[in-house]
Design a binder for this molecule. Structure first.
Ligand code: FAD
Length: 289
């Protein structure tokens, strides 16, 4: 973990672009609550294939204008170089300085894979088109990407994104900190030393967590699964257990030298803020819920 200790810690919150006016209003409230702890940036997801293109742009620009630096996610699957260049220019004109560059996953049956096949090609294209305008974040998978041929290849493919010009990475969520420590160890042995920030998934709903984890290849350890199952519909116990468990994991990660945390908020603030407060990260701005 030594490579990670040299980096300044940074904290960020991820949102998805809301679909409805009600969703927009809710996100505004969530944004205001999370802004109180003064994060380094917000980020906004992008539907692969461009399904959320306009909503992502609107949400990013709106959040950015309100004073907290905001990073759009940008996926290349199904896109042309021209359409990506257009987005990059728009973000540059609006003062955006950070981009989360991804391949994305096209929904099944949705068109061709596009002009850029992998995220390393997207990173190269961003550097080619926009030079050093953007700080580029890429995705990392401590438990390995579900489509990777093997662990070794996945690490090499991660290194390609760094060689192409990525500045830092955010991980897929995980519940076993050892997978993160091992991943960093393997990167260090390969001489890859960019900040790799753990992505943190709050636990709020068991069935959706299982569904999503199966899809993205994140393992829910048996003891956590069993405990959550035992709570059944008792959402208050699930929330409390999740917050305690995630707080403990975050503390372990930070103590070991992780260079910050990135919260997948699911457009909710309570759990992220409770974990934040449990960790004592922003006592000056502590907010009560
Ligand atoms: P890549 O780095 O391209 O890797 C994809 C797979 O291909 C891996 O198995 C890798 O080993 C392999 N590979 C990579 N390069 C090569 C190569 N040159 N040759 C052969 N094989 C290669 N998805 C969205 O649609 N929208 C989002 O906003 C979004 N945000 C995310 C944010 C974070 C922090 C993370 C961790 C994931 C996010 N995702 C998002 C999900 C992501 O798009 C998927 O996990 C997708 O399957 C892989 O994207 P990637 O950028 O990691 O792809």
């Amino acid at each position: 973990m030594d490579s990670q200790k040299q980096f300044k810690r940074r904290f960020s919150f991820e949102f998805f672009p809301p679909k409805t006016d009600q969703g927009k209003e809710k996100l505004q409230t969530v944004r205001d609550q999370l802004a109180t702890v003064d994060p380094d940036f917000f980020s906004v997801t992008f539907g692969a294939g461009g399904s959320t293109r306009d909503r992502t742009i609107d949400t990013v620009l709106d959040l950015h204008r309100q004073g907290i630096s905001t990073a759009p996610h940008l996926s290349c699957v199904g896109a042309t170089r021209d359409s990506i260049a257009e987005l990059l220019d728009l973000y540059k004109e609006n003062g955006i300085q950070r981009i989360v560059a991804l391949r994305g996953d096209l929904p099944s049956g949705m068109g061709a894979s596009g002009e850029l096949r992998y995220a390393n090609e997207l990173v190269s294209f961003i550097r080619e088109h926009s030079g050093d305008t953007f700080n580029i974040e890429v995705a990392a998978y401590p438990e390995f990407h579900p489509q990777a041929r093997n662990a070794e290849d996945d690490l090499k493919n991660f290194a390609r994104k760094v060689e192409a010009g990525a500045n830092s990475a955010i991980t897929q969520y995980f519940f076993n900190p050892d997978s993160y420590f091992y991943f960093i160890d393997r990167l260090e042995k390969m001489g890859v030393t960019i900040p790799v920030v753990p992505g943190i998934m709050p636990i709020v709903n068991f069935s959706s967590l299982v569904r999503f984890s199966d899809m993205c290849g994140a393992e829910i350890p048996r003891w956590i699964r069993k405990q959550l199952e035992a709570y059944g519909d008792d959402s208050e116990s699930i929330r409390k257990f999740g917050e305690d468990m995630i707080t403990e994991m975050c503390q372990k990660l930070l103590d070991a030298g992780a260079p910050g945390l990135h919260f997948y908020t699911l457009n909710q603030s309570t759990t992220s803020v409770n974990i934040w407060n449990n960790l004592g990260l922003g006592l000056r701005n502590k907010i009560a819920f």
